[in-house]
Design a binder for this molecule. Structure first.
Ligand code: FA5
Length: 338
């Protein structure tokens, strides 16, 4: 049995065959197992001898199988290496590198500016509750100003956020003012049932900003917005604040930047006015603070919501916002970024 086993192992040239041999000789139904099971019928004298012999045969065969297995594996690897030679002198395949989308370049740039000013970056959900998108922002269900932002509703209470302002409410609710003032920005996508045209998209981006502390004034807001506009557009850009209305700020302003898609002469982008609206802002309404449990007699501050899409249009003289979303590589490749 011993010899026969070893011979067969030697002749096995495939893994499968080796496995068969193992089962045949060492398996539960194999001769060795049978011999060991039959020990009970032997005399006390015969038992240790037969036992020792059976063990030796089993160990020998097992070892022979292990070695044969190893050799087969080595052979297989060698054969594989021989056929899979890599010719390192062949020219490589050129990979086309993607570029960061021009809107994300602008957003990252603005984020970096505000991080440098000590702001925290906060994210919020795009599928939002009516409660945060509107009610907490001083827009109860029957408020006429809800019409300012035509909304994609998912159900009565759930919607695609129309603005990044709900992140204000979410952050205010959580902030512990005993640990210091609140300074945050929140970038992200927003959705509106706007008809797409040169300056409107049904999905676009906003960056929300919020600063709440004890002695914040409108001058702080103006300085911050001017810094932002000049950071992105250069110091020669002019900005103007126009009185406006938002339910969540009082007073409210709209901020325009001088149009240079047309060199200030008037064009499609600014509808021949020489100015393009890029953001809304104001001093946070006391109801927004109180709704979030913040004492409006002690704390106050400013908020703004800017449109990076419009920023990118102005900065690069792009006259149609839809270009950002068409994924035309010829357009996107012009903005290689750093
Ligand atoms: C708001 O969404 C306010 N939440 C902004 C705000 C925040 C005001 C905090 C006060 C305090 P508005 O609807 O104006 O405001 O949008 C803000 C900016 O988003 C606009 O100035 C514009 O730059 C951009 N924007 C608005 N609608 C579109 C659109 N359909 N396509 C592209 N950009 C848009």
């Amino acid at each position: 049995l011993h010899r026969q086993g070893l011979q067969q192992i030697k002749e096995a040239h495939e893994m499968e065959k080796l496995n068969q041999i193992r089962v045949q000789f060492l398996g539960k139904k194999g001769p060795l197992s049978q011999a060991l099971r039959g020990m009970k019928d032997l005399t006390a004298e015969q038992r240790p001898k037969v036992g020792a012999l059976a063990n030796t045969v089993r160990d020998d065969l097992q070892e022979a199988i292990d070695q044969a297995k190893k050799q087969l594996e080595q052979k297989a690897t060698a054969a594989k290496l021989a056929t899979e030679k890599i010719d390192v002198t062949l020219p490589g395949k050129k990979r086309r590198l993607g570029t960061k989308h021009v809107i994300y370049q602008i957003m990252d740039d603005i984020e970096a500016l505000f991080i440098g000013l000590g702001y925290e970056v906060v994210n919020g959900p795009e599928v939002e509750e009516d409660h945060y998108n509107f009610e907490m922002m001083n827009l109860p269900k029957d408020h006429p100003a809800r019409d300012m932002q035509d909304t994609f509703y998912i159900s009565d209470e759930i919607l695609m956020r129309t603005q990044t302002s709900p992140v204000q409410a979410r952050t205010l609710e959580k902030h512990d003012f005993s640990e210091g003032p609140l300074k945050m920005i929140s970038p992200g996508k927003v959705y509106r049932r706007d008809t797409d045209d040169a300056t409107h998209s049904h999905q676009f981006n906003q960056i929300e900003g919020l600063v709440i502390d004890k002695h914040i004034t409108m001058a702080d807001l103006k300085g911050t917005l001017e810094l932002t506009a000049r950071h992105i557009f250069g110091s020669e850009r002019e900005i103007r604040l126009r009185p406006s209305y938002f339910p969540f700020t009082e007073p409210s302003v709209e901020v325009d930047v001088s149009c240079f898609a047309c060199g200030g002469e008037g064009c499609k982008v600014c509808k021949f006015t020489g100015w393009i609206e890029v953001l809304g802002a104001g001093m946070v309404h006391q109801n927004v603070l109180e709704n979030a449990g913040v004492d409006s007699k002690v704390y106050g501050g400013f908020a703004f919501g800017l449109g990076p899409d419009r920023f990118a249009m102005l900065k690069y003289g792009i006259n149609d916002i839809r270009n950002f979303y068409l994924n035309d590589v010829r357009f996107l490749e012009q903005f290689k970024g750093e």
